[in-house]
Design a protein around this ligand. Sequence first.
Ligand SMILES: NC(=O)c1ccc[n+]([C@@H]2O[C@H](COP(=O)([O-])OP(=O)(O)OC[C@H]3O[C@@H](n4cnc5c(N)ncnc54)[C@H](OP(=O)(O)O)[C@@H]3O)[C@@H](O)[C@H]2O)c1
Length: 340
Amino acid sequence: MNSRNRQWVLAARPQGAVKVSDFRLTESPLRALDPGEFRIQVLYLGVAAVMRGYMLNTEKFERPLELGDVMHGRGVGRIVESRNPEWSVGEIVHGKMGWQDFAIADGSPYFLMFKVRQRQVPLSTALGVLGLTGFSAYLGLVHVGALRAGDQVLVSGAAGGVGSLVGQIAHNLGAQAVGIAGGPEKCRFLQIKLGYRAAIDYRNEDLQPRLAELMPEGIDVFFDNVGGAILDTALLHINRHARIVLCGAISQYIEGELKPYPLTNAYQIFKKMARMEAFFIYELSAHFAEAESRMAEWVAEGKLHYQEDILDGLESTPEALIRLFAGQNIGKQLVRVHAE
Ligand SMILES: NC(=O)c1ccc[n+]([C@@H]2O[C@H](COP(=O)([O-])OP(=O)(O)OC[C@H]3O[C@@H](n4cnc5c(N)ncnc54)[C@H](OP(=O)(O)O)[C@@H]3O)[C@@H](O)[C@H]2O)c1
């Protein structure tokens, strides 16, 4: 085992878009473990838009980051050393690891560490379809969105990590989905691979007339990853008792800081007796086992295609995060830190 650890630390708070220079790559010797601790060699890291909030300390559910601290992040890895009898060398785990080669955890709830039992699929899936990304798609749609067979579902950010799964889950449960994504390549992909019956390219098409054309029967469930103008326009097309699931609002993470988007069509929620509900996936942990077994079953049956967008090497982690905001990723954005 290498005796040194490379770590991406926070070098500057982002001003506007995240930049590579907001981080600094450092290297230091591995420290000895204290009793109760175990060391994990990080195999994959996942990136998420919420990480910009970690950099600014605006996400209160994470430990505050000072300049010079190792960047937060979930990973999947192999235990390579342990002073904790519950966590054994050789086990594969996923949880909070940070942007580094080797992480130290102690099994306390903070690390949200789980053992990977499902070994028929690549380990990267523990951060995607069989991890919090997949659980957000499934639980957001089924529990928060109360999906019913026959529902007409609209999904924004439909080619991303969460969105690439939502359309397929809807389809598997007898509903039909239309996806919104940026660019013709992503839109083709939505229809060919991801079970969407139609796609709207919000960068090149006018959303309002396209929704009228493609969803004349209206929207029963809107699974929103984007917020802002897309959410506002979708509200014009909701049905009676529609459910609007607020999973994310990436269009607002940077812009909304200065000028929050005013929802001009919010009256529709009242008029249609609809329900708009946000969720935070960590709060739905009681249902993780259900989500995992359902998703694993569909993957095994070939009913759920999982798309991963993997960059190689720890050094590419800042770039991976930047790709989310630039819309360059298709499917779950990951970094391969060490070969499986
Ligand atoms: N509630 C929760 O607990 C929870 C859990 C996981 C994720 N989330 C949220 O769910 C959303 C999806 O997360 P993810 O990790 O799967 O990310 P992702 O969808 O893989 O990546 C973000 C995508 O958002 C789109 N995007 C970026 N800027 C945009 C803009 N200004 N307007 C419209 N679309 C834009 C881009 O696709 P295009 O090319 O299509 O623009 C980009 O690929 C995020 O908002 C995230 O914060 C919430």
